[in-house]
Design a binder for this molecule. Sequence first.
Ligand SMILES: *Cc1c(COP(=O)(O)O)cnc(C)c1O
Length: 395
Amino acid sequence: MPGFELFGDTERKHLNDVLDTGVLMRYGFDGMRKGHWKAKELEAALCRRMQSKHAQLVSSGTAALTVALASAGVGAGDEVIMPTFTFVASFESLMAVGAVPVLVDIDDTLTLDPVAVEKAVTPRTRVVMPVHMCGSSAQLKELKAICEKHGLLLLEDACQAIGATYEGRPLGSYGDLGCFSFDYVKTITCGEGGGIITDNAKYAENADHYSDHGHDHVGQDRGAEQHPFLGYNYRISELHAAVGLAQISRLDEFLEIQKKNYTIFREALSVVPGITFRRVPEEAEENYSFLSFFLPDEAAARKAHKALGEAGVDGCFYWYDNNWHYIKKWDHLKDLRSPGKLPQEIIDGMPDYKNRDFSASNAIIGRTISVLIKLGWTEEEVNRRAEKMVKAVKG
Ligand SMILES: *Cc1c(COP(=O)(O)O)cnc(C)c1O
């Protein structure tokens, strides 16, 4: 998955453009920048590639989710439905705007179970936030129908799924808003960075202002700008955008390599008795950044994961024991641990996660192993890994 594996001349060229002018700031300094606007160019490239009308770059994927929520008017006490299996950034971004994360079960797609989502809707619900985990889509048609029925926003966290599709559309472009991460380990990277896409002009304008202190970006004189509302600094720098501009031009090349390597692993593993694969909705195509599969039960999954480690197959994830990606180990969320006092809306609204029943999610994640697909492997390395994996998993 990580684009950093293939840094090269294109990245260097865009970076040098920025260093040659010395303008590391994405706004202003028009006279000094010799026509280089890397962040603007990357936003335009993102719009083209993602078939979206507007794009706003920010400093991280977490910032993208936060800015997307704020831009759509989501705030204190609003409930947002999100999955039990995701990166911690999902609930962080919600709580940053004072919203309440309502975690619901996933199914064998490793994304939100639409039945569980429908059950979790209350009069306070404002958003459904599917996370396209490990490179494949949530069941967007079903989720959109729920959103339409209850008047909710659909916000796609596509941070791990850039380049994947649903009904032929790039993930992120199906909902009201979509978010990407360009952190160091994502399919394409800026080092750090994130992006929001939307077709909604008002949300886009709000995102532009909100991510830069609420400045309205009208006129040439930056000091004279108005502030239609409060904001923060979630800006991306020109240096980061320069790397991203090179990487997005190589996205399809990366996807092709991932698909090739993924297919070799999948074909090898499919002969192992008892192994089944993560369900991809029939309307969807993965970006092939991970191969995720199920063992028959938790004991078998633990045994297989251990054997993979012992065989030296790195990049294999058993999410059930992972501190970052699954509710089971999120004690800081369950205990509402914070350096300062949290907003009362969050304290009052937060479900009791210590005692909630997530047995449906446990039954899936307890059996799941995901293998990271890398870009830099030679064909020989891929084949050798596939062989090792089959041997380890067979036991
Ligand atoms: C990486 C990631 C994020 C956050 O992105 P950062 O750029 O690291 O802040 C959010 N959601 C998911 C699912 C991610 O994998």
